[in-house]
Design a protein around this ligand. Structure first.
Ligand code: HEC
Length: 119
């Protein structure tokens, strides 16, 4: 009987520990920030055009809205910022989290450079 009780206490304290860890994780994302260096990365628009095939299946290249937001003509820093928000799962959206998660930092910069040239 004694054994069982201490086992329960052990389990509860482990669970509490897990919860507070999850909570701490949430707190960290509250002050989400993208590294200055990543924001200043100059992407290669031609490489971006090459990569953009994965995006234009959903996002309209002419900037029109078809239920999916337009991503053309953004300034590069905002574009990079948003992509990292998805990549770090700060912004909710499973598809975009997956898309951004697969991209390297220079690929994100290249896409930002390319889409910024479109209107
Ligand atoms: C399967 C469809 C799909 C694909 C493919 C896709 N996106 Fe998206 N994207 C979406 C949707 C839907 C949203 C809106 C999500 C939301 O509400 O946060 C979005 C949002 C975005 C946003 C933020 C727009 C805003 O107004 O806040 C950016 C930037 C973006 N996508 C870039 C890209 C890039 C770059 C690629 C290619 C690497 C890509 N997306 C591929 C569907 C897609």
């Amino acid at each position: 009987m004694m054994m069982l009780k201490s086992l329960k206490i052990l389990l509860i304290s482990i669970l509490l520990g897990l919860c507070s860890e999850v909570y701490a994780g949430d707190e960290n994302t509250d002050d989400f920030a993208v590294d200055e260096e990543l924001l200043k990365l100059k992407g290669d628009p031609e490489y971006g055009e090459y990569l953009s095939g994965d995006c234009t299946a959903c996002h309209q290249i002419d900037g029109s809205y078809n239920g999916i937001p337009s991503i053309v003509g953004w300034d590069e820093e905002s574009f990079i910022w948003v992509m990292h928000e998805y990549k770090e799962k700060y912004r909710e959206h499973p598809v975009m989290q997956m898309m951004a998660g697969r991209l390297a930092n220079d690929e994100i910069a290249a896409l930002a450079a390319y889409f910024a040239t479109l209107e």
